[in-house]
Design a protein around this ligand. Structure first.
Ligand code: SF4
Length: 185
């Protein structure tokens, strides 16, 4: 078992991480170190992990570049939103980055206001998005306006892009609900 040592500079590089996700961020850095047989945690390693996985959690320039594609302009009533994410990815991801983006109204949530409401966050139910249509139908009774498909469904890299994205999107649109692709990336 490799003994990991955090340098003072690496600890300082973690200072911008919100307390409620700091444990997860530290674990990501340590996992990366172990993967590469590194026992000294440096600020460079912290930054590399930040760029690779957690830009929206650590904060930084990347999120400022992301184009906001949904702006709640002039709506009188609060906008009601649900996030649908990948069932498979949910086995290892608690959805922290999606929630952080929502709570801070960043990235794909940047256009929403303080009165807008996240009314549900659910998984697709497994391939091929088998419960999306039924859940959207239920949420319509609670005033659902927009579904955000989580970034984990869209990104290729650590996990494959959802092969059923087009059908899932179409099943939501068919219910008269707007779809936005993305949450925190
Ligand atoms: S349908 Fe797509 S989002 Fe749902 S579990 Fe399968 S790959 Fe993930």
């Amino acid at each position: 078992m490799i003994q990991l040592n955090w340098s003072t500079e690496a600890e300082a590089a973690m200072s911008g991480v919100p307390g409620f996700v700091r444990g997860m961020a530290r674990k990501a850095v340590e996992d990366e170190a172990l993967k590469h047989g590194i026992n000294e945690i440096t600020p460079e390693l912290v930054r590399a992990v930040k760029d690779k996985y957690f830009t929206s959690i650590f904060g930084g320039k990347k999120e400022e570049k992301v184009e906001v594609d949904r702006v709640n302009k002039g709506d009188k009533k609060p906008h009601k939103i649900a996030i649908i994410r990948c069932e498979t990815v949910s086995e290892t991801c608690p959805g922290i980055a999606c929630m952080l983006a929502w709570n801070k109204k960043k990235i794909h949530f940047a256009g929403y206001g303080p009165d807008d409401e996240l009314i549900a966050m659910l998984t697709c139910g497994g391939c091929s998005g088998r419960r999306v249509s039924r859940m959207v139908e239920k949420l319509k009774k609670y005033g659902l306006d927009t579904v955000h498909l989580s970034s984990c469904m869209l990104l290729e890299g650590d996990y494959p892009k959802c092969p059923h994205l087009a059908e899932i999107k179409q099943s939501i649109l068919a219910k008269g609900i707007e779809v936005v692709e993305g949450t925190h990336h």
